[in-house]
Ligand binder design. Structure first.
Ligand code: SF4
Ligand code: SF4
Length: 187
């Protein structure tokens, strides 16, 4: 029984021998593959090759030191207040006599932690900091299996000391200078 008058008799031509062994389809597929050999590749050999970052990219944080190796952060808490993800926590401590070579200000962060699983890399902490102490870099948080490993403390965040590791210190300062230059461009 026909429900509508739109039914059509399908004209199925019998396949010839070439079509039965999929020859035209295989040749057509190989033609597409060959045409892509001469085109520019859309992929790169990561991690040996990397793509340039966007000028507005924001990655992992670093905590700055001055040229004498003293930590800039004074644990004022402005970065934590500015953080929309509540990712930053810190404990402030008072600098003791004899610690002037460790901390630039009279108050410093005895504990400073950023939860990278909460962070949305907005950069507001960097903007809020009045002490030139926190910057975001062009680095990703490496993958890991435990949540705890994504809580970055001072051992991960503070840049190397200029006397203990001058090469790494200069490299970190270079990243900070790049970041400052980009921030100035954005303004
Ligand atoms: S980048 Fe944004 S979300 Fe991440 S710690 Fe800074 S203020 Fe918080
Ligand atoms: S990083 Fe800057 S804003 Fe945050 S507590 Fe330290 S000095 Fe204050």
């Amino acid at each position: 029984m026909q429900l509508t008058n739109r039914a059509k008799q399908v004209d199925r031509k019998p396949l010839n021998i070439a079509e039965k062994i999929y020859l035209p389809a295989v040749l057509k597929g190989m033609g597409i593959t060959l045409s892509h050999i001469f085109k520019k590749k859309a992929t790169i050999k990561f991690p040996e090759e990397t793509r340039p970052f966007s000028p507005v990219f924001r990655g992992l944080h670093i905590l700055n030191r001055d040229e004498e190796g003293r930590e800039n952060c004074t644990a004022c808490g402005l970065c934590a207040v500015a953080c929309p993800a509540e990712a930053i926590t810190m404990d402030a401590a008072e600098r003791l006599p004899g610690e002037e070579h460790l901390y630039r200000e009279e108050k410093y962060a005895a504990k400073y932690e950023i939860n990278m699983l909460r962070c949305i890399f907005c950069g507001l902490c960097e903007e809020a900091c009045p002490k030139d102490a926190i910057y975001l870099t062009e680095t990703f948080a490496p993958a890991n299996y435990s949540r705890q490993s994504f809580i970055y403390g001072k051992d991960n965040l503070v840049i190397p000391h200029p006397k203990e590791n001058p090469e790494a210190f200069t490299k970190a300062k270079g990243l900070i200078d790049e970041r400052k230059a980009k921030a100035n461009q954005e303004k």
